[in-house]
Design a protein around this ligand. Structure first.
Ligand code: OOG
Ligand code: MG
Length: 257
């Protein structure tokens, strides 16, 4: 049987020391349920250090991401305040092992989500939507993992940049998504790539939360999952993401040491 706390400490240490580890599943196989327990235990370690949960993220909600990473089940993880980077600001890559960035949309809830929602109800639980980018940084060597490994590693989540909030939910079904590095297009897609409509990520989030017996309080951030594959991100870059009809988000990268 896998030692949940020891595995949690491994991923937490890897993140804190910015040092990749081997896949945990290669040393000791474990189940999806155990993976979520490891994830929860690793987040508790962050909370003990003063980090605050601000929301959740969904992963593998698009074919592009499933194909890129060779994993085909929807997954979810936690977002903490320490992961938030300011829109337009410089991001220091020193705290990442091998960072990648991916274009998403982020929702802000306006009511507690305490049961599974239907697609029709989803938008009435939302305050706003914003173009966003997730910075992912697998704690595993070579960014390689099984489904269980990546769940245990909080689904690679490391940072997020959220653009200006909008209430234009209607346009989300098929809005063009464009990510640029130094003005050059690196990823092109549509919000429709996210479960056919990113509002379905809210439905999924409500189901996952119910199953885990947690309430998502009003004011929760929900990252819907990437619309395109992720892109490796060196220092010295201007990164921009545009979601047609919704807005844009941007940041620059540097390395302090
Ligand atoms: C896992 C995280 C997947 C997404 O948006 O699909 C994800 C990874 O690719 O390392 O965040
Ligand atoms: Mg993501």
């Amino acid at each position: 049987m896998i030692d949940i706390d020891e595995a949690a400490r491994k991923v937490d240490d890897a993140a804190r020391h910015v040092s990749a580890i081997g896949q945990i599943s290669l040393q000791e196989p474990f189940s999806v349920d155990e993976a979520y327990r490891i994830q929860r235990a690793s987040i508790s370690l962050r909370q003990e250090r003063g980090e605050r949960i601000v929301g959740i993220k969904l992963g593998f909600t698009s074919r592009a991401k499933m194909i890129q990473m060779g994993v085909d089940s929807l997954i979810w993880g936690w977002l903490t305040d320490a992961m938030l980077e300011e829109d337009g600001a410089p991001v220091d890559l020193v705290r990442f092992i091998h960072p990648r960035v991916e274009p998403e949309v982020c929702f802000l809830t306006r009511k507690d989500i305490d049961r599974p929602l239907t697609a029709l109800e989803a938008s009435s639980y939302l305050e706003a939507v914003a173009p966003a980018m997730e910075i992912i940084d697998s704690r595993y060597e070579a960014f390689r993992f099984t489904l269980e490994d990546v769940i245990a590693d909080n689904c690679s989540s490391s940072g997020l940049v959220i653009g200006a909030w909008s209430t234009r939910f209607e346009g989300l079904r098929n809005a063009g998504v464009l990510m640029r590095f130094d003005g050059r297009e690196v990823q092109l897609g549509s919000t429709g790539a996210i479960l056919g409509n990113p509002l379905r990520s809210v439905v999924q989030a409500s189901r996952l939360a119910s199953r885990a017996e947690i309430v998502l309080p009003a004011g929760t951030l929900i990252m819907a999952g990437a619309a395109t594959a992720a892109q490796a991100m060196p220092p010295g870059l201007h990164v921009q993401c545009e979601v047609a009809g919704i807005g844009q988000a941007e940041f620059t990268t540097y390395r302090s040491v």
